[in-house]
Write a protein that binds this ligand. Structure first.
Ligand code: AMP
Length: 115
């Protein structure tokens, strides 16, 4: 079990956000500090996995569901094209140890910074 994180508090409702997508096992919401015109986070509701390596080994179907939600959001909020970024470890920039995918899109409007 991953340690309690800000994303666990978002799932429990303790920290408010706007869910842009929700399935039985996944939610998506805007990044609070966007690095691109479209910057959305997709996370599993489970707090079990700290990073994408653990998720891929433990529940690849859940990882595939996150990608499917990302595809849907990129179609809704951009032209369907997107970057999907998983930071895996503190030394490469991971700050929240509850696995999450960054959906980055609409980069023609602004150059990519921060990743
Ligand atoms: P990472 O650096 O890959 O661990 O990404 C963590 C991301 O979570 C950062 O881009 C933060 O801006 C974002 N973040 C932190 N707190 C919140 C929050 N309450 N709501 C939305 N995004 C958040």
């Amino acid at each position: 079990m991953a340690a309690e994180t800000v994303f666990g508090k978002i799932i429990s409702g303790e920290i408010p956000t706007t869910f842009l997508a929700e399935t039985d096992r996944v939610v998506a919401f805007p990044d609070i500090n966007p690095q691109a015109p479209v910057h959305i986070l997709v996370i599993p509701k489970s707090t079990e996995y700290a990073n994408v390596t653990e998720l891929a080994a433990g529940d690849p179907t859940l990882l595939a569901e996150m990608v499917a939600v990302a595809k849907q959001l990129a179609a809704e909020h951009a032209n369907g094209e997107y970057r999907l970024i998983f930071n895996n470890g503190a030394s490469v920039g991971q700050t929240v140890f509850h696995v999450h995918a960054h959906i980055i899109a609409n980069l023609e409007e602004r150059s990519l910074v921060g990743f």
